[in-house]
Design a protein around this ligand. Structure first.
Ligand SMILES: Cc1ncc(COP(=O)(O)O)c(C=O)c1O
Length: 449
């Protein structure tokens, strides 16, 4: 990217052993102050971030290939976003939209009604987190249909609140011992091309789920199907072609609300504004968060007007939902995404990174699959020559990358997926360097397996 001026030097530079003394001192304070249940991927404490780098308290500069879990799509301190936040904060930080409304909220709703898939009439409500958006999407679907049941899928991740824990598939570390969970949530098999039986098409995978829905729940009791169009925490799983479209067609025929959880996949990340576009599906409701507001906590539910407007006044909301500072940030961030054509930028990243990772996959036998779309890319790590997940090796690769100054995240139902989510404003050279570090580590570690 040549048309971006960065505030911080865009370089990888490790100047202390990791963690350095300042981060170590903060870790000690943290142990005495912060609940142990809150984890962190890296033991280094951030003091600055810009473009494709994060700088820690000891002056170490890391290449950021995680974007705070797909959040800082426009960077963590884009000047347009920072200025919008400062300007809004000068005027008012809060009035509560449910008390004294303001234009920013309405403007974000207008933008999302236009940007999300489909040209039907839409309405939007704003919240604070992805989980809160999902909770509210389910509320809307239940009220609008008068039905109780909700279908979620294997490998799903929808959050950590009570209802969203019920929707999330993986027990540790998201659910174990936190139950009882919300009722009327049913789990169905998804499409996981690498691990499904050979030759299973997307349509067949969808029919497998539909036949179970019909026998175990019955369409007349089903309010909603919720699914991530590319499963995120579950392993960046791109469903087989035809899977999502078969499900949406069945949902439409049976009066079931189809909810696309685009919390992780939304806002240019996958090379389109929303991942649903890759499969040509038009969800009834879309949930969004993460990339929406340049790092500020904002989430949204956008859906068909007749569904969203079915809810009585006061049924949706929350003290902070659609906070004016976060709305100002979202308006600025969406402007940056448009101006820099970040969906196009994500497609460029896909082309360059996938070709390098695919070449590596030919060379080593610990890569089960390279997959993903746009700048939401994954490497599934396996025991040599098998499909057996290798979570330990995955962890070791991520740890070594961090020690060499490249921050990468892992995910996956089996903990064996390296996921790449760079900020879309990262420069080509820096991204290339990060991928070189990663591929060298994988090559080196694979040679010892
Ligand atoms: C698809 C999806 N839905 C929901 C959530 C929950 O979002 P939050 O952590 O903001 O509650 C996440 C978070 O990773 C997600 O990836």
């Amino acid at each position: 990217m040549t048309d971006i001026t960065y505030r911080l030097a865009q370089k990888r530079n490790i100047v202390t052993p990791l963690p350095g003394p300042r981060s170590s001192a903060l870790a000690q304070r943290r142990r005495a102050a912060v609940a142990a249940g809150v984890g962190s991927t890296a033991p280094v404490y951030a003091v600055d971030a810009d473009g494709g780098v994060i700088v820690d308290a000891d002056g170490n500069s890391f290449i950021d290939l995680g974007a705070g879990i797909a959040v800082t799509t426009v960077g963590a301190s884009h000047p347009a976003v920072a200025a919008a936040i400062a300007d809004q904060a000068t005027h008012f930080t809060h009035t509560c939209f449910m008390v004294t409304p303001y234009e920013g909220y309405v403007q974000v709703a207008e933008l999302l009604n236009t940007l999300t898939p489909g040209d039907h009439e839409k309405r939007t409500a704003l919240f604070n987190s992805g989980a809160e958006a999902v909770e509210n999407a389910i509320k809307v679907a239940r009220l609008a249909t008068g039905r109780p049941a909700v279908v979620a899928f294997d490998n799903a991740y929808h959050g950590r609140t009570n209802l969203t824990m019920a929707l999330t598939a993986k027990s540790m570390p998201y659910k174990s011992q936190f139950g009882p969970f919300a009722p009327e949530v049913y789990r169905m098999p998804a499409s996981y091309p690498l691990r499904d039986e050979a030759g299973l098409t997307g349509e067949e995978a969808a029919r497998r789920a539909i036949s179970r829905i019909e026998t175990q729940i019955g369409a007349q009791s089903l309010a909603a199907i919720i699914i991530e169009p590319i499963q995120g925490e579950g392993g960046f799983i791109v469903p087989a072609p035809g899977f999502l479209s078969t499900l949406t067609a069945w949902a439409k025929d049976n009066g079931v609300v189809f909810i696309a959880d685009e919390v992780q996949t939304g806002f240019a990340r996958t090379g389109a504004w929303f991942a649903s576009e890759h499969d040509d599906i038009v969800p009834d409701i879309v949930t969004m968060a993460k990339g929406i507001a340049g790092g500020m906590p904002l989430s949204a539910v956008t859906g068909r007007a007749e569904l969203m407007d079915a809810v009585y006044t006061g049924g949706l909301g929350g003290t902070y939902g659609g906070n004016p500072v976060t709305c100002a940030a979202a308006i600025a961030a969406l402007g940056v995404m448009r101006e820099l054509d970040l969906p196009g930028r994500a497609r460029v990243i896909e082309t360059s990174v996938v070709s390098r990772l695919s070449a590596l996959a030919e060379e080593v036998d610990v890569i089960g699959e390279v997959r993903g779309r746009g700048a939401m890319l994954a490497i599934e790590i396996v025991k040599p020559g098998t499909l057996e997940p290798d979570a330990a090796l995955t962890k070791a690769i991520a740890a070594e990358a961090l020690s060499q100054g490249v921050l990468i995240l892992t995910c996956g139902t089996f903990g064996n997926v390296i996921r790449l989510l760079p900020p879309l404003v990262i420069g080509d050279d820096l991204l290339d360097e990060g991928i070189t570090v990663l591929t060298d580590i994988i090559r080196e570690k694979a040679s010892h397996q």
